[in-house]
Design a protein around this ligand. Structure first.
Ligand SMILES: [Zn+2]
Length: 359
């Protein structure tokens, strides 16, 4: 059964036959300007005047939250927007906990901001010894998120992640506390991605060892593809414009990813349950992002080049030949669907963000 049924966002421009290669940053720039030019201008202007916002990203693990926000930042200019994930925050607090001067700052911050039942020293001790099975109480996570937010200064922020395994009251208190922490507008960003898409994303994902840009060997390639003669395998070469390793860095996969979504079934189910509850929260502006579109509706709502193709590679002499096939998946309701390329989903994020900000 389909758990979330979000409206389909139209990105097709009727009567336009322009085409873009969305994996190419230069073409992507033109694409964003065509599809969301006025909204991008308005958001830039809004940010340049010193305004900010907080967007809470609500999607299961591997639903593309990091990718969509990176593209949002690319489109509107990254220096005034930040993406923070609860996982990264815990890791950075861990680092701070081991460094004397940073630890002092963190302790001072927690002493003024934290309201809960643990002692500040206990929080820091539990963060430093953090492992996957440790659950920090909600108030502790909250204080750490606030700490990270305060360190960023005046920036618009997308916050990725929320405490799991907590009851409805704690959950709404968590968001209310964070929303009250700054006086700028906030909104929820719900992300709906079919499980079949998440599965393939995990199996073929790679990242750049220099700039951590995420890509996918099968679904989201870079411009240049290389071939490893020894391992007899193809690899992507990072093309992120701000990367140190631009044009040379070989993107790499992680051990264990070949298991796909089933390796993290519990986590996915828990995320879905929390998000489903959060859909009912009233009084918060909402942005809905849909990764997939039924095949029968695609023609009216999106342009062909916005649909995710599947890539295969072949060696032709010493050159890599890229072969593009249509990629059809079943969505969670069992309907034949296409998956949209991240840039097309990012257009939805940009336009709806401008809308909820009243621009
Ligand atoms: Zn890179």
């Amino acid at each position: 059964m389909q758990q979330f049924d979000f409206p389909i966002f139209k990105t097709k421009i009727d009567g336009s036959d322009q085409k873009f290669m969305l994996e190419d940053p230069v073409e992507r720039r033109k694409y964003f300007d065509l599809k969301a030019g006025p909204e991008i201008e308005k958001i830039r202007d809004y940010l340049q005047k010193g305004n900010t916002f907080v967007g809470f990203l609500l999607g299961p693990k591997n639903s593309g939250k990091g990718t969509y926000t990176k593209l949002f930042m690319e489109a509107v200019g990254g220096d005034r927007v930040a993406h923070i994930s609860v996982g990264d925050i815990v890791r950075s607090a861990q680092k701070a906990g081991r460094d004397e001067s940073q630890k002092k700052e963190l302790v001072k911050f927690l002493q003024t901001r934290y309201r809960g039942f643990m002692k500040v020293e206990e929080i820091i001790a539990s963060v430093v010894d953090w492992n996957i099975s440790t659950l920090l109480e909600t108030e502790g996570i909250l204080a750490l998120v606030e700490w990270e937010v305060s360190r960023l200064g005046r920036k618009a922020i997308f916050i990725d992640g929320f405490p799991r395994n907590i009851d409805q009251i704690s959950l709404s208190l968590y968001f209310r506390a964070l929303m009250g922490y700054r006086d700028d507008p906030d909104f929820f960003v719900y992300i709906n991605v079919p499980e079949s898409v998440i599965d393939e994303r995990i199996k073929y994902r790679v990242i750049c060892p220099h700039c951590q840009s995420p890509r996918n060997l099968k679904l989201l390639r870079t411009k240049e593809v290389g071939f490893d003669q020894e391992k007899k395998e193809f690899y992507l070469i990072c093309d992120s414009p701000n990367c140190q390793g631009f044009g040379t860095a070989r993107m790499v996969g992680k051990a264990g990813d070949s298991l796909g979504i089933e390796a993290m079934r519990d986590r996915i189910e828990m995320d879905k349950k929390v998000i489903k509850r959060l859909l009912d929260i009233q009084g918060v502006p909402k942005v809905y992002l849909r990764n997939s579109i039924p095949v029968t509706k695609a023609k009216d709502f999106v342009d062909d080049y916005e649909i995710t193709p599947g890539y295969r590679y072949e060696l032709e002499g010493d050159k890599v030949k890229v072969i593009e096939d249509p990629w059809t998946i079943k969505d969670d309701a069992g309907e034949d669907s296409y998956s949209l390329l991240p840039a097309a989903v990012a257009v939805g994020l940009i336009k709806q963000t401008a809308q909820v900000l009243g621009l």
